[in-house]
Design a binder for this molecule. Sequence first.
Ligand SMILES: C[S@@+](CC[C@H](N)C(=O)[O-])C[C@H]1O[C@@H](n2cnc3c(N)ncnc32)[C@H](O)[C@@H]1O
Length: 215
Amino acid sequence: MSLRKYFRKKILPLDLLTQVLSPYCFEKALDVGAGTGMMLEHLYEHGIIRQGVGVEVASSYFRTINDALEILSSQDLQAQQPGKTFDLIVFNDVLHHVKDKPDFIQQYISQYLKPGGLVFIKDMDNAHPVYTWANRCHDLVFAGEWIHEIDPNGVKGILPRFGLLAEGKARVLWYDHYYLLFQCPEAVSQESLAHITQTTGAQPANPPGEPLLQV
Ligand SMILES: C[S@@+](CC[C@H](N)C(=O)[O-])C[C@H]1O[C@@H](n2cnc3c(N)ncnc32)[C@H](O)[C@@H]1O
């Protein structure tokens, strides 16, 4: 196991995240900002996904993990998947690296999420100043980047028409995490997805529906 993967496993509440997704079995998942592919591998090993594609900006992460899992650039994903959609899209600790978060989320969801599919977002919380600064310093040292978090209400405001199936928080060492699990409305059109807004603080308008592929 690489050093990076070893440390990621130490600071992520992986067991909790697995528990949230464990009632489901997804045919195909997309992990945006997949890094080493640790999350994809974990979900695959726990039988939560049958196939997975990771998308990355860093070419050092592009690889075929096994017959069911691979990590690609967004250009290769587009070339390989014309018209194909996923029943789960994961954004695990990528949003705080991205400037235009509504546009980033919308780009993947509108292109790749099946109507009725699920979106799992895990990111760093900024509710507690000490832990927020500790994590910012971590990223400055290890990624050379000053990050910009989005809080859970901000994410909910980006997906106002999606049903919120689960949400929670967990602190591991000095890292404050939150997760949100959304379901895309079944009768969603590309046009309505284009209305994902930047409004913050909004609660999802529609109640949670029956989760897709629940086992
Ligand atoms: C903190 S790491 C998380 C990696 C992985 N999701 C995990 O949990 O181990 C953030 C990752 O997002 C990737 N990333 C940053 N901006 C991105 C973008 N615009 N598109 C895709 N990946 C991006 C980085 O290269 C990095 O690997």
